[in-house]
Design a protein around this ligand. Sequence first.
Ligand code: ZN
Length: 465
Amino acid sequence: MTAAAPERDGHASDGAAEHIRPLIDKLDPEATGAEMHALIRELYPICRSITGDGVRRSLRILRRIAPLTLHEVPTGTVVFDWVVPREWNLRKARLVGPDGEVVVDADRLNLHVLNYSVPFRGKVRLAELEKHLHSLPSQPSLVPYRTSYYEDDWGFCLTHEQRTRLRPGEYDVLIDTSLTEGSLTYGELVVPGASADEVLVSAHCCHPSLANDNLSGMVLAASLARLLGGLPLRYTYRFLFVPGTIGSITWLALNEERARRIAHGLVVAGVGDAGRLTYKRSRRGATEIDRAVLHVLASSGQDYEVRDFSPYGYDERQYCSPGFDLAVGSLTRTPHGEYPEYHTSGDNPDLVRPDRLVDSLRRYLEVFEVLEGNRTYLNLSPKGEPQLGKRGLYGSIGGQTHAVASQMALLWLLSLSDGSHSLLDIAERSRLPFNDVHRAARTLEAAGLLRAMDRRQTDAPRGAP
Ligand code: ZN
């Protein structure tokens, strides 16, 4: 495969989608799944938060597979209605019981410390300690994940089973954390394409030892960046690894003009559990990214679910806020909060399945394939059907099993290519997979029956060039 030099904006890589298909075909579920899963295991023990060294270390590990840049935004920076908080770092957190036994130790599992705990050292009686303990009576064997970002507090999280066994007496609390003037760290990687219009992929990177909610998205985004790197793409792809909420708000505040170039986007999270894929529409609801994802899911032959936008969830809330109104949806597996292990110690690497990671990766690539290849063509022989037989196009495309579908794709293309239907329109209406429609369009183009038209970015936000 040779990399064609981009010609000019939006018109260069008509064949860009054809560079994505080989990536999909080459995906090795076992090797790729094992590699992604190994990375999740490596990242799992690191204590991440919305700021601090855990995020830096994690992003540096991701750099092994994709060359992302780390940005540091100082504490106190005003970002719209928010302020970048003090930087939090954990050195040690340990609770020792009346008889000297270690009750919990963050070295064993970092969920044991209330994330963003202020430092505290001292002896407290059980009644006082209880105010600082967090457990799950309904899931007594799991340790919850709790945070206290915007309120000064300290605490421990433990299983409810363990909590109910705590005996009266004096407990020795050691929470050796620091909250200092520092910075918020985020990772960014741009894979350039022919067009300045961008596809955004955003993952949150602020959760400590949680595998599906956090690490699966980070690893999937980095894997995508690696796969796309160096391809002659139509769109420019921007990958963001940001702490949830404050990170995406920070990026938007610092990149307000750049954000206007985001034509399509997806927030990636929770892509490794055994559940079906779930797509949450953008706030606008029927943009090209919404339709591309829906088409991919409908063509997947698998069970899936589609939900309307709601202003709760991951960072799509920020990208879709009315001041930006970007065409950004979220493609996950089981939605946040809807699997029992969510935000608990049960969300560990064993919950994440290598084959599901690869399945998710595949669907993301298929969505990009649609975006890359979705153009509008004009039938150059629109009066009556052109004679396919004399051009060698009758029953000539693809393998035997696809012959009928390919034939139908040719006919649909010729029928609908009146200048007002995109390939995605045609794929939707014909119920044929986008890949078949796209391939057939290229065949008709080569035969001189179709011509690609320049296409405006209909989903670019208002005010975009
Ligand atoms: Zn979460």
